[in-house]
Design a protein around this ligand. Structure first.
Ligand SMILES: *[C@@H]1O[C@H](CO)[C@@H](O)[C@H](O)[C@H]1NC(C)=O
Ligand SMILES: *[C@@H]1O[C@H](CO)[C@@H](O)[C@H](O)[C@H]1NC(C)=O
Ligand SMILES: *[C@@H]1O[C@H](CO)[C@@H](O)[C@H](O)[C@H]1NC(C)=O
Ligand SMILES: *[C@@H]1O[C@H](CO)[C@@H](O)[C@H](O)[C@H]1NC(C)=O
Ligand SMILES: *[C@@H]1O[C@H](CO)[C@@H](O)[C@H](O)[C@H]1NC(C)=O
Ligand SMILES: *[C@@H]1O[C@H](CO)[C@@H](O)[C@H](O)[C@H]1NC(C)=O
Ligand SMILES: *[C@@H]1O[C@H](CO)[C@@H](O)[C@H](O)[C@H]1NC(C)=O
Ligand SMILES: *[C@@H]1O[C@H](CO)[C@@H](O)[C@H](O)[C@H]1NC(C)=O
Ligand SMILES: *[C@@H]1O[C@H](CO)[C@@H](O)[C@H](O)[C@H]1NC(C)=O
Ligand SMILES: *[C@@H]1O[C@H](CO)[C@@H](O)[C@H](O)[C@H]1NC(C)=O
Ligand SMILES: *[C@@H]1O[C@H](CO)[C@@H](O)[C@H](O)[C@H]1NC(C)=O
Ligand SMILES: *[C@@H]1O[C@H](CO)[C@@H](O)[C@H](O)[C@H]1NC(C)=O
Length: 762
């Protein structure tokens, strides 16, 4: 037995568990092949795996140099592995730039004694139902492999697993007598499946979901589930919600079927989804078929089922007895299909439709699940809009504290570092039914450090010291360009950059503008209503933009000091991302000046030249930013569109349809701009050709009118024409711009710096 530096616990070397650690050795083979054979995993027989418990790990090095990790669960072992790799070997695995673990030094650095840690919560959750549409819909198996390794190494042990659900529904609806012609038109396009699964929308515009999509996603799901299990995760599978094709009413005229409410401004044909009431015997029958079909296809691999019936969709009645019956019927159907079933529910509705969901109604609704442990609630937006206090910890139901952070995968530097470290720990002390921490981002965007922070907080019993955390992040993120076993020496300006960001953009405390901000250039141009927006897509900036500009200058100076940084993947990514923010902030500032100048213009005052020169600046900003973003694939529209096309194989017609849904989602979002710009992106190929074009037509018009002669209809029609045209031209232009990119260094030197000088910022 080894001594622990914390004196709490250490390896006891018993390895009698049946659970195999082979998935972790495979991870080593995938991510650090040159170090295979240098890690040993020992799973301690300390846990009853059917009960969620906290688990520990201990890391030490043997005299032959091997790294030995002991732990109480596969998840603890993989967290121990990352702890060693990031804190001792200074390598990590990242979103967007990928695996850097293979850069670990040889021989591996040793440690003195033993490092131990214990989780503070048994469950670490990941995904929002909509992440499956905003981020992953077109992912290949290779993309999924990277994601699942990232999740395992960050301790996620309870991920949502929605992929391929349509195959299960299709089979089950066929079994009860519906035809393919009745079922397939119910499904939504590849980029919109999440909202179909939530019952918000039905059907598909501009094309129908083909069988080939359903079948290939099902095959992908089998791979995903197998890997999740191998890495010690318990997948959360879908269940029958009640939503189904309209033809259900014809086939079962006596079944209790109602329509859901209208979602956003969607035309009725695409919303008001058919909903079979859980009190109907047909509901239990369908539930049993859905659960059994999954057991048949995937094995009896989980007791957790995700099931949302009223996400942004109000119940047919607010009657307390009705609400209780809904949950009771649903719960009984789950238990009848799998006696171990636990119903996992997004708690979003209690916040988003707060007017409907009074405390009495929430209590009645939750009371239908008569065993508290049969339910698990995701408090979905805990860092800004927590609901657990007002619901007395969901009246005793187990729940998870989640960081949502962004809507629609919008892009902007943003974080609530105090909140995601201090608050979950406080919640743990004050709510006995809190059983996990998790991430529920709508999209997987930048700001990775703020997401990692919460998952790492799940292994610390007091709030993480974020100053130290940022310092360590910098060391690991930019180190491995040299083969050294101790922390490398990096330009101090890198540390300064991140410290400035930590205390500005990453320290939002204004809960009125409470998620990743958009920039106004992503919105349809207007003379009013763009700036100072609060809420979920704020355009308010809660930091001093000059601090972020300082941070950018320090980052740039790091490459002057250490030239090889220009070739470093993380440096390139971060420089593009922070430059993007600098440009966006400058756009906002120039727009404000332009509008106030224009507002003061009268036929006698000559403001034309000011307006015209500011217009030129705004457009040059977007054109320059577009060129910068095209330098890296992770910031390109074409990457998103091509991933969609790739799912269609050789079928170009299908590829066009998939790509159309991908483009429509991030622009008009709906056949006619129903939630226009909700999922906007600051991507090369979009910023110039789309947002730039919208602003160009708008600014051209603005230059010809004064506040007295401005006609909003004319302005809107011009912009709308660009939006409509881009649904087609965008698909083509993205393909054309591909391959025209320059290196990050070239773009910075040839475009970025000259532009910033031209506006007097440098
Ligand atoms: C690190 O250095 C050692 C010895 O100097 C060498 O054997 C090893 O291949 C190097 N590893 C990497 C990743 O460069
Ligand atoms: C381990 O401990 C020895 C003796 O105290 C010390 O010389 C060495 O630097 C330590 N190594 C590490 C990696 O901390
Ligand atoms: C519906 O109910 C009516 C009246 O109870 C009954 O006559 C009819 O057979 C039922 N139809 C079906 C399809 O069950
Ligand atoms: C709820 O279910 C109970 C028991 O089945 C029934 O008596 C009651 O009428 C139902 N309430 C509503 C509003 O449907
Ligand atoms: C699945 O496993 C659970 C225990 O986790 C068990 O209660 C249930 O009966 C099993 N279902 C099937 C179909 O084997
Ligand atoms: C975090 O957000 C919550 C609720 O939105 C707020 O009450 C709390 O004060 C915030 N905590 C910190 C540390 O900022
Ligand atoms: C974040 O801002 C709040 C309010 O201004 C301040 O109290 C807190 O110390 C700041 N935290 C950090 C890490 O800068
Ligand atoms: C936006 O907010 C800033 C800071 O409070 C204020 O100076 C400015 O006038 C506001 N602009 C508009 C258009 O409301
Ligand atoms: C207004 O400005 C424009 C552009 O600078 C110039 O051509 C024009 O002569 C000016 N008109 C007056 C009345 O000063
Ligand atoms: C594409 O077409 C070629 C030739 O018809 C065929 O060999 C290939 O398998 C097809 N690929 C896919 C992915 O369907
Ligand atoms: C604004 O333009 C529209 C479309 O050209 C026109 O129908 C309308 O009369 C104009 N409104 C005003 C107040 O001029
Ligand atoms: C600007 O916003 C107002 C208010 O939302 C809207 O009525 C108008 O159509 C918009 N104008 C343009 C040009 O989009």
């Amino acid at each position: 037995m080894r001594t622990s530096i914390l004196g709490l616990w250490a390896c006891t070397w018993t390895t009698a568990l049946t659970t195999s650690t082979s998935g972790l050795y495979s991870l080593i083979e995938r991510r650090l092949p040159s170090h295979s054979g240098q890690f040993e995993f020992h799973l301690e027989e300390a846990h009853n795996t059917s009960v969620a418990q906290n688990s520990k790990y201990a890391i030490s090095t043997a005299s032959n140099g091997s790294v030995i990790i002991c732990g109480g669960s596969l998840s603890a072992l993989s967290v121990g592995l990352r702890h060693y790799l990031s804190d001792v070997a200074h390598v990590d695995i990242y979103w967007f730039i990928g695996n850097e673990l293979d850069k670990a030094a040889s021989p591996l650095p040793g440690i003195n004694g033993t490092i131990t840690r214990q989780s503070t919560v048994p469950w670490r959750y990941f995904f929002n139902t909509v992440t499956f549409s905003y981020t992953t819909p077109f992912w290949s198996w290779k993309d999924w492999e990277l994601e699942l390794d990232w999740l395992a190494l960050h301790g996620v042990n309870l991920p949502l697993a929605w992929v391929g659900y349509e195959k299960i529904l299709l089979d089950v609806f066929q079994e009860i007598g519906l035809t393919d012609d009745e079922i397939l038109p119910f499904f939504s396009g590849p980029a919109f499946q999440a909202w179909n699964r939530l019952g918000n929308i039905q059907g598909s515009w501009s094309g129908e979901l083909p069988r080939s999509w359903i079948d290939s996603q099902f095959e992908l799901q089998k791979q995903i589930l197998e890997r999740m299990l191998e890495l010690g995760m318990t997948p959360i599978l879908p269940a029958f919600t009640g939503f189904g094709p309209r033809a259900l009413t014809d086939l079962y005229p006596n079944a209790t079927i109602v329509n859901g409410s209208r979602w956003e401004d969607f035309p009725p044909e695409y919303t008001k989804t058919t909903f079979l009431e859980p009190s109907d015997p047909l509901f239990a029958d369908l539930q049993n078929r859905v659960i059994s079909k999954q057991v048949e296809y995937y094995g009896n691999i989980t007791q957790f089922y995700t099931l949302d019936q009223y996400n942004e969709n109000d119940p047919y009645s607010g009657d307390l007895s009705y609400l209780r019956n809904i949950t009771r019927g649903t719960w009984q159907s789950l238990k009848a299909a799998n006696t171990a079933a636990v119903w996992v529910m997004q708690g979003w509705l209690f916040y988003s439709n707060e007017n409907f969901w009074t405390k009495e109604r929430i209590e009645a609704y939750l009371s239908g699940v008569e065993e508290d442990s049969d339910m698990l609630i995701l408090d979905l937006f805990s860092e800004s809009q927590p609901q657990w206090q007002r619901t007395n910890s969901y009246y005793g139901k187990p729940w998870i504290w989640n960081e949502l952070h962004n809507y629609g995968g919008n892009m902007g530097l943003y974080g609530q570092i105090d909140n995601v470290t201090i608050d979950p720990i406080e919640a743990l002390a004050s709510s006995s039914s809190l059983v996990g921490f998790g991430l529920t981002p709508e999209g997987q965007e930048g700001n990775e450090i703020i997401y990692s922070l919460l998952l790492d907080q799940a292994w610390q019993s007091s709030p993480i010291d974020t100053k130290q955390y940022f310092h360590d992040w910098v060391t690991t993120r930019y180190s491995h360009s040299s083969n050294c076993t101790s922390a490398p020496s990096l330009p101090s300006s890198l540390y300064t950059t991140w410290e400035l960001l930590r205390t500005s953009a990453y320290n939002n405390t204004n809960l009125k503008s409470n998620a990743v901000p958009k920039n106004i250039f992503e919105l349809a141009p207007n003379i009013t209503g763009l700036v100072n927006r609060t809420g979920h897509h704020p355009t308010t900036l809660n930091y001093n933009t000059s601090v972020v500009f300082e941070a950018w200058k320090f980052l740039l100076s790091a490459a002057e000091e250490k030239e090889e940084l220009w070739e470093h993947a993380a440096y390139q990514h971060d420089l593009v991302d922070i430059t993007r923010q600098v440009f966006a902030n400058e756009f906002l500032s120039a727009y404000n000046t332009l509008i106030s100048t224009w507002n003061s213009s009268t036929p006698s005052a000559n403001t034309t030249s000011t307006i015209s020169s500011l217009s030129t600046t705004l457009l040059a900003n977007l054109q320059t930013l577009d060129i910068l973003l095209l330098a890296l694939p992770q910031f390109r529209l074409s990457t998103w569109l091509e991933s969609a096309r790739a799912r269609a194989g050789n079928n170009t017609q299908l590829a066009d349809f998939y790509a159309y849904t991908a483009l429509n989602q991030i622009t008009l979002w709906g056949p006619d701009g129903e939630i226009n710009d909700y999922a906007s992106k600051q991507w090369g190929g979009l910023v110039g050709p789309y947002y730039g074009k919208r602003w160009e037509v708008f600014l051209d018009y603005l230059g010809t009118v004064t506040p007295k002669t401005y006609n909003a209809t004319v302005a809107r029609d011009d912009v709308k024409a660009v939006e409509t045209a881009f649904q087609l031209t965008g698909l083509r232009s993205a393909l054309e711009t591909n391959g025209q990119e320059k290196s990050v260094r070239e773009v910075v030197e040839e475009y970025v710096l000259p532009f910033l000088r031209s506006i007097g910022l440098l």
